[in-house]
Design a protein. Structure first.
Length: 78
């Protein structure tokens, strides 16, 4: 099932319903970045710092997933 179809199917809107893919991680990171900016504009420094730690974790996971997918693609093309 492609990612667009996963998001269209309401049965997937449950805990753990979306696979951890590059695209889904980027959507999550984008949401976190937007929330970070809102916190910044409202002056919630402590919450910004908390969110910054969360963002680091998901950026790290994104780049790890991206590398794994690239290696998987290279191995399947060989």
């Amino acid at each position: 099932m492609i990612e667009r179809e996963i998001r269209k199917d309401s049965r997937n809107y449950r805990f753990g319903g979306f696979p951890v893919t590059q695209t889904n991680l980027l959507i999550l990171i984008s949401d976190l970045e937007g929330t970070y900016q809102n916190l910044k504009y409202m002056g919630f420094k402590e919450d910004m710092d908390t969110l910054d730690e969360m963002k680091k974790r998901y950026y790290k996971l994104y780049f790890k997933t991206k590398k794994e997918d690239r290696l998987k693609d290279e191995n399947s093309n060989t």
